[in-house]
Write a protein that binds this ligand. Sequence first.
Ligand code: OAD
Length: 240
Amino acid sequence: MTPDDAREVLAAARRPVALTGAGVSAESGLSTFRGPGGLWNDRRPEELATPEAFAADPALVWSFYRWRRERVRACAPNAAHHALAAFEAAHEGFVLITQNVDGYHRDAGSRAVIELHGNLMIDRCSECGAERPADPRRDAADALPRCACGGLERPGVVWFGEPVTRIEEAFAVAGEADAFLVAGTSAQVEPAASAARVAKRAGAAVIEVNPEATPLTSIADGAFRGRAAALLPGLLGGAR
Ligand code: OAD
């Protein structure tokens, strides 16, 4: 499949769907998890991104997430996020499934977004579940954030070992897709990566954008090696 073919397939799709990962925000200046400069290269997810880690040392876990919030506040969506938002505006029925927790897809204007791993910029009470937007002043304080109910708040992300609450919805959307774009994910984390397999089994054309090959490359009908911010505006620019 050539880039022109991929553009046509995406533009003509009745139900185009995309799955994005950390690579889509790399050019905004946010670190990916794996690969060069990846967050998990010199940190252990077990110590920072599990309910057990939070129970054992909430201050350590919060210091990691507060630092990531600072990065999200300091950076901004890039051409890849904007291309996906513009595509949604022009293609009714498009749904964006993301593993990213930075909220940049919504910031760029995407509305039909399934945030599979939650949102970093939300505080959620670990007792009553109440949520509120992250506040830079609260994040700068020494004290850990507490809910009005007295419970300790946590970042609104999905940690390893926790259920991915919107996965059924994501698989249902993937099962309806006739074109499925996968961008900027190493496809190493399940169940998210399997959304592409669900789409493929249902007959969708799978189109991958990534500088490197991934476990999904073997099922891709078109695999384009390069950066999301460089390639997505072209691939998503076709008119229906
Ligand atoms: P990873 O860090 O595992 O993978 C990032 C992918 O992006 C790699 O395949 C890179 O080759 C690719 N990449 C790097 N720069 C890129 C660019 N400019 N354009 C396009 N692609 C680029 O990130 P995810 O697959 O999103 O989980 O990771 C999945 C999950 O693992 C995350 O959601 C997070 C993490 O632990 C939770 O937070 C629960």
